[in-house]
Design a protein around this ligand. Sequence first.
Ligand SMILES: Cc1cc2nc3c(=O)[nH]c(=O)nc-3n(C[C@H](O)[C@H](O)[C@H](O)COP(=O)(O)OP(=O)(O)OC[C@H]3O[C@@H](n4cnc5c(N)ncnc54)[C@H](O)[C@@H]3O)c2cc1C
Length: 413
Amino acid sequence: MYTDIAVIGGGASGYAAAIAAKEKAPSASVTIYERLDKTGRKIIASGNGKCNLSNVDITAANYHGSFDVMEILGKTPDCKSFFTDKLGVMLSVGSEGRTGGVYPRSNSSATVLNALRIKAAELGIEEVCGCMVTGLSPVKNGFQLETSTGRVTASRVIAAAGGYAGPSFGTDGSFLRILKDMGLRTAKICPAVGPLKVGADRLKGLKGVRIKGSISAVSEGRTLRTEQGEIQFNENTISGICVFNLAYLFQEYEGKLELSADLLPDLSEAEIADILFTARRNRKELPAYEILTGIFVKNLAVYLIKNVLGRSPDEKAENIGGKEIKQLASAIKGLVFPITGCAAWQNAQVTCGGIHRSCVDDKLCSTAYRGLYLCGEILDVAGDCGGYNLQWAWSSGIWAGMNCAESLKGGRK
Ligand SMILES: Cc1cc2nc3c(=O)[nH]c(=O)nc-3n(C[C@H](O)[C@H](O)[C@H](O)COP(=O)(O)OP(=O)(O)OC[C@H]3O[C@@H](n4cnc5c(N)ncnc54)[C@H](O)[C@@H]3O)c2cc1C
C-alpha cells in the first residue's frame, strides 16, 4: 500500500497534522494509522470528559523541555481560529478546574473529536484503525512502515504517536522506542502531570486528607516553584493539580526533591502560633490534637501532634509546651515530604522528555531522516495542567502538517 503522507497516531496532534497537511496539499493522499480500534481515545478522556483544549493565558513558563513552544504557537492559528472558525466548535472559558481553561461550549470532549473526524472525512483523509506501526525505515523516495496489518510505503511520515502517559489510551511509548532505535535522542523520560510518591511511613494517617494550601518543590534548600490549590494525601502519593504541576521537576531533581506544604498560606507563623496558644488555653483538659480542631480535620491534627512533636495525640493539651506550639506553627507553614518517585504511567497525564529539540529543524522535520516530521507529546515538551498539553498537540501538529505538505511540492524525498 502507498500513501503520500502517513500520519502515525490518530490522537490530537495526528488529527491536527493530517488536516493541516491535506489543506495545504489537497491532491496528496493523507492516511492516519491508529493502533486502537478507534481514533482519539485520549481526547475523549481529557479534562474528565470535557476536554480542556487550551488556555486563555499561555506563557513560556507553562512549558518544560527543550523546545521554544511559544515560537511554534506564534506561527500557527490560535484555538478559536482552528476550532471555531475551521471546525465549527463553539468554545467557552471554564468556570471550574484550571483558571483560564478553554473547553468546548458543549462541555463534552466528544464534540471536539467528532468535529475533527468530520473535517478529516470532508477533506478525504483516510483513517486506518487497528493498525499498529511496528517499524519505520527510510527507503528510496520515502519510508517503509511495518504495521500489524501489512507493509506501507509513504513519501512522508508524521510521527504523532504520543508518549508513555495514559497507556490505556493507546500510548505505551512503543513508537518512541522505535525512533530511539533509529538513533533519535530523547531527553530523560518520566511521568508528568501526575502525583508524586512519598515514603508510605511519611504519609501514615494522612490518607484521604485534602486541604487547600500552597505547595513548593524544593531542592537542596532552593524553592524551585510554588503552586496553590487543593493538596490531596493518598496512601503513598501526594496529588492535586498543584502537585501535578510540580511533577515535571522530578526529571531534573530526582533524589533531591522535596515538597513543602504551607497548610495555612493566608496566615503568618506568628499568627498561627497565637491561635494555637489560645486554643491550648481554652482546651487544656482535652487531648492535644484538639488544639488544632477548628483549623484542620482530625486526621491531620493527629498527624501533626504525632509527627511534628513526637507526642501521643491523647496527651493533655496543657502538657504541650510553648516551644512545641511554635514548632507546630512552623510545621504548618512548611510541612516537608521527601519525594521518592513519580506517578505510574497510568496515573500520569503527560510524558516528560521525548525526542529532543536537537533532532529536528525549525519545521519539526528530523535532521537525520528528511521527510520524517514529529509533533505532539512524542517531542520533549511537557505542559502544565490546564489545556497547555492539548494546545501544544494542536499547534505542533498543524506546524508539522503544513511543513510536511509544503515539502511535497519539492517532489519526492
Ligand atoms: C486522562 C488524561 C486527561 C488529560 N486531560 C488533558 C486536558 O484536559 N487538557 C490538556 O491539555 N491535556 C490533557 N491531557 C494530555 C493530552 O491529552 C496529551 O498531551 C495529548 O493528547 C497528546 O497528543 P498526541 O497527539 O501527541 O498523543 P495522543 O493523544 O496520546 O495520541 C497518540 C495516538 O497514537 C496512537 N499510537 C501510539 N503508538 C502507535 C503506533 N505504534 N502505531 C499506531 N498508532 C499508535 C495512540 O493509540 C494514540 O491514539 C490528558 C491526558 C490524559 C492521559
